[in-house]
Ligand binder design. Structure first.
Ligand SMILES: Nc1ncnc2c1ncn2[C@@H]1O[C@H](COP(=O)(O)OP(=O)(O)O)[C@@H](O)[C@H]1O
Ligand SMILES: [Mg+2]
Length: 225
């Protein structure tokens, strides 16, 4: 079985897919067989799920969209409501099985979470239960904007309270107007207690291949070598 990382964000729309694809590129550039996974996707565009398409295109082994993405819903709403509306029950065993299939073929699997860490996925469980089930080291993407310190620290606390390991974090500068950006990054460096893998500047032409070069994946070595 290969190694894996679970990419979680401080929120939705803050760069999880961008960073997940960049991680896939970075590990592939070192000669690894890589696969992306988006266990739960909510929000289709023209019959496709953009995250799934991006992770599929960035994977470099032969896998199916069904393995990458066991659960896909058309509405861009919370997974537990989307599932309820379509009469589906999200089952972690199904996701775990799909992960194992990917992991049996790939050296590294990058799993992108849905929404934030505690997003409900069915009547009882949240994204935390999904992360616990897969039991992977977590990478936290912080969307750098006002309010992110609280979101980042809450997420880190919840990850550790769940018994999971925070392997690293990425500062993604999604707000070009953010004040005291450097001080905010320094605050998180001091308080998150895990390595900063990269600071991604605001860039409307985000190219994950380019970003990959800035990711210091050697800081993750103890989790996959
Ligand atoms: N650093 C950045 N600068 C400018 N745009 C960004 C940056 N990071 C992400 N984006 C854009 O923000 C949107 C959301 O990013 P995405 O990676 O899909 O987030 P998530 O997976 O968390 O929903 C995308 O259109 C992406 O291109
Ligand atoms: Mg995404």
């Amino acid at each position: 079985m290969g190694a894996g990382f679970f990419v979680i964000g401080t929120d939705t729309g803050i760069g999880k897919t961008t960073v997940s694809c960049a991680l896939l590129h970075a590990f592939a550039a070192q000669g690894n067989k890589v696969a992306g996974m988006k266990p739960i996707a909510a929000g289709s565009e023209n019959g496709k799920w953009p995250d799934v398409e991006l992770l599929f295109a960035t994977s470099n082994i032969s896998i199916t969209r069904q393995q990458i993405n066991p659960y896909a819903f058309d509405s861009p709403i919370s997974p537990h409501i989307a599932a309820q509306q379509t009469g589906t029950e999200i089952d972690l065993m199904i996701i775990h099985q799909a992960y194992q299939e990917l992991s049996s073929k790939a050296d590294i699997v990058i799993v992108e979470g849905a929404g934030g860490f505690l997003v409900p996925i069915n009547q009882q469980q949240t994204g935390a239960d999904l992360a616990i089930k897969l039991n992977l080291p977590m990478i936290l993407v912080v969307g750098m904007r006002l309010g992110c310190l609280n979101h980042a620290l809450l997420t880190a606390q919840a990850i550790r309270a769940a018994g999971l390991t925070l392997a690293g974090w990425v500062a993604n500068c999604i707000d070009p107007q953010m004040r005291v950006l450097e001080q905010n990054i320094a605050t998180l460096e001091q308080r998150l207690g895990c390595p900063l893998l990269s600071v991604l500047s605001f860039d409307l032409k985000m190219e994950s291949q380019k970003i990959a070069k800035s990711l210091v994946i050697s800081k993750l070595e103890k989790f996959w070598v």
